[in-house]
Design a protein around this ligand. Structure first.
Ligand code: DGJ
Length: 360
């Protein structure tokens, strides 16, 4: 069966799949696709239902497994109807036997200013997931790749200068590269767009757009995967990468990201490093296609890279074609990662088939 990027995809009940900004967990022969459940209209950009989960054995036929994490309007809940709950990802912890979900959480009423991460856990892949906590990560910890001279809180004059800049989340050329993480040292680092990555040695990492989106952080999770372990690095300060999606191939870590332009698609970026701790380098735009497709990344923004189980060098690049005016109509752009001149890149296909891409 053909995959048609950008068209409406239906579940096995014939209902359009509702799992945006998502990620896929492969567990004991089944793929579990988690994503933001969106409703119609602009209001759909906020959480009204929760995290939707679908299951499949072949990546084509997706069974609706319901709502894995449900918004909760009980007193004290951190995930009430109308909060912002984005880019959920789930990983499995072999030590604890728990399924651990992380997502970007913006508490009610604060726009995107909260920049928090939230964690929920479950005993089975499809859930139900129980909200555990939300946090700002790595409070009181300096990044590992930071020269000694920057390891101090902001001076009074830096604080004034920073306040005058009125930082939001959008790029600008005079973004101060070594300031925002120092401002947040005591309260913990901001995290908006995010992904999780489990390495071959079982260590798990949280990668997130921090510092008012200006800088990515790569942060090790603790043994339970529910907290930061207190080791992290900053990468690409001032480059405003969003939408991180990571894969490991040919002994390197490869990171697909976008530029930072809200819901509007922009030009994607590829970076890599020989170790997750760096050194990281940028390679440019990984999208191949027509001029417009190259410029706007097939009208989409990365969400996740899915290794296809049992196939060598087989990865699916998953991206979202957002429809912010009618959020429920957002589309999925899944394309095979192809390798050219030693780089993983993404080539447009009107339609494609897993079997022909990666014969058994
Ligand atoms: C771009 C991010 O990638 C999305 O997840 C979402 O946060 C939008 N920005 C909001 O404008």
């Amino acid at each position: 069966m053909m995959l048609r990027p950008g068209e409406i995809w239906y579940d096995t009940n014939g209902v359009p799949i509702n799992a945006h900004g998502g990620g896929v967990l492969f567990h004991e022969g089944t793929y579990w696709w988690f994503g933001e459940h969106k409703i119609a209209g602009e209001e759909g950009n906020r959480a009204h239902v929760g995290v939707h989960v679908y299951a499949s054995e072949d990546l084509i036929h997706w069974r609706d497994e319901g709502i894995a994490l449900t918004v909760d309007d009980s007193p004290g809940s951190e995930i009430p109807t109308g909060c912002i709950l984005e880019r959920p990802k789930v990983i499995y912890n072999t030590r604890t036997g728990k399924f651990v979900m992380w997502f970007h959480l913006e508490p009610m009423g604060g726009g995107y200013g909260g920049a928090r991460s939230a964690v929920a856990i479950a005993d089975a892949p499809g859930g139900p997931y129980r909200f555990l906590h939300s946090l700002r990560q790595n409070a009181g910890v300096w990044p590992e790749n930071l020269p000694e001279e920057w390891k101090h809180p902001l001076t009074d004059s830096e604080e004034c200068e920073l306040a005058a800049l009125g930082l939001g989340g959008a790029p600008f050329p005079w973004y101060p590269k070594n300031v925002v993480f120092r401002r947040d040292f005591a309260v913990g680092q901001m995290a908006r767009d995010m992904t999780l990555f489990v390495d071959d040695d079982g260590c798990a990492y949280h990668l997130y757009a921090s510092e008012n989106n200006g800088t990515l952080h790569v942060s090790l999770l603790d043994e339970t995967f529910t907290q930061p372990a207190g080791r992290y690095i900053r990468i690409f300060p001032g480059r405003f990468h969003e939408a991180p999606a990571m894969m490991k191939w040919n002994g390197r870590y490869w990171l697909f990201t976008s530029d930072c332009t809200g819901w509007t698609p922009n030009t994607a970026r590829l970076s890599s490093a020989p170790s997750i701790w760096g050194p990281w380098e940028e390679h440019g735009n990984p999208c191949l296609g027509s001029g417009a497709q190259i410029a706007n990344s097939f009208e989409s923004q990365p969400a996740f890279v899915l290794p296809v189980a049992g196939r060598r060098d087989a990865f699916i690049y998953m991206a979202d074609r957002w429809r912010p005016g009618n959020a429920i109509d957002g589309r999925y752009v899944w394309l095979p990662v192809v390798f050219k001149h030693g780089l993983p890149v993404v080539e447009w296909r009107d339609e494609w088939e897993l079997q022909s891409e990666w014969p058994a």
